[in-house]
Design a protein around this ligand. Structure first.
Ligand code: ASP
Length: 340
């Protein structure tokens, strides 16, 4: 079996910071010295090269332009490497990783996102385990081919399908959850792989989609949301798609003004997707009277998709110039395992 070749891509975030013990401040790590600072990486049975965003960032500054930069690094290295590990700030990791899952169509190699809650130089850091295991996971092979063929997120002993994750803790080392899809792998004394949960890729060639439309409005409902606010927001001229965060299994108020403004939005050809505010479970449109009207007027059923995946899927599909009818069908179809 050939040694796996892994490209480790650094984008920034807490993981890449190190404490200056004189000042106590966190400063960006010199990425070129990464291998020297984590000698354990040398013990892994794979070959590791590194790449970095031109300017490493806190992931709160992440945006689709950087997603394009990341995709381009992966596309350029696709033939030369067996797997990719992306070091990323945890704050927006689920967004970036979800976006890449859509942008990288026909992926047949692992792209594993990881980061940490404490910097790599901190005594109690979670960065080392996250990084080392993420590399190990990216290097896994079966019959001399990469075992994992999808975009994943590895954090605190668990590997998840990236577009199923959401950051749920700013405090715990276990910062992410995947409420509607089981772990792909858990790391204990051994790596326990749940092979039946892994994405099975087709044999087509990688196709990278760089064209995203960012004019997506996220509207979270709450009891008492005012008519003028909703009407104003949905009539903003640059809005091209709406993700509606609804109650429970996809319910909204049935007040006439609300249903009317949604109808007008849909008539303009602006897709509206119904996702639930609940952390787990699914939208079931038509289950309650309060979602029957939405179904009838053509609101898209987001099922059990996360908000992160819904927003990025919408950006991706809006960039494909689909008709309203096809857009709805494709959105309601699982493209990368983001929906049950
Ligand atoms: N603010 C940091 C970031 O997302 C937090 C982290 O890396 O955990 O870049």
């Amino acid at each position: 079996m050939n040694k796996s070749r892994i490209l480790l891509i650094y984008t920034g975030g807490t993981i890449g910071m190190i404490k200056n013990y004189e000042t106590g401040a966190l400063v960006s790590f010199n990425f070129n010295e990464l291998l020297e600072n984590i000698p354990e990486l040398r013990l892994l049975d794979c070959h590791i090269d590194t790449a970095s965003l031109k300017t490493p960032i806190d992931s709160s500054n992440m945006n689709p332009q950087y997603w394009g930069e990341l995709c381009s690094i992966i596309e350029k290295g696709y033939e030369s490497y067996d797997g990719f590990v992306v070091l990323h700030g945890s704050d927006t990791m689920s967004y970036t990783a979800s976006a890449l899952s859509f942008m990288l169509e026909n992926l047949s190699k692992p792209v594993i996102f990881t980061g940490s809650q404490l910097p790599i130089g901190d005594l109690r850091t979670d960065a080392k385990e996250n990084l080392i295991t993420a590399v190990q996971v990216a290097a896994l092979q079966k019959r001399s081919k990469p075992l994992i063929k999808e975009v994943c997120l590895y954090f605190e002993y668990k590997l998840y399908r990236a577009n199923r994750t959401t950051k749920t803790s700013a405090e715990n080392f276990e910062a992410f959850t995947s409420p509607n899809y089981p772990e792909l792998l858990t790391s204990g004394v051994h790596l326990a792989i749940n092979e039946s949960n892994l994405w099975r890729s087709n044999r087509k060639v990688l196709k990278v989609h760089y064209n995203l439309t960012t004019e997506v409005l996220l509207l979270k409902l709450y009891p008492g949301i005012s008519q003028c606010l909703v009407e104003e927001m949905l009539s903003i001229t640059c809005v091209e798609g709406v993700v509606l965060e609804t109650f429970g299994a996809g319910n909204t108020t049935t007040q006439k003004w609300f249903l009317d403004v949604l109808k007008v939005t849909l008539k303009k050809g602006i897709p509206v997707v119904n996702v639930t505010q609940c952390t787990s479970g699914s939208v079931i449109m038509g289950n309650y009277e309060t979602s029957v009207a939405l179904k009838k007027m053509g609101v898209i059923n987001g099922g059990d998709i996360t908000t992160e995946a819904a927003i990025t899927k919408m950006m991706y599909l809006l960039g494909q110039n689909l008709s309203s009818k096809v857009f709805k069908i494709v959105f309601e179809t699982s493209l990368r395992g983001e929906l049950t």
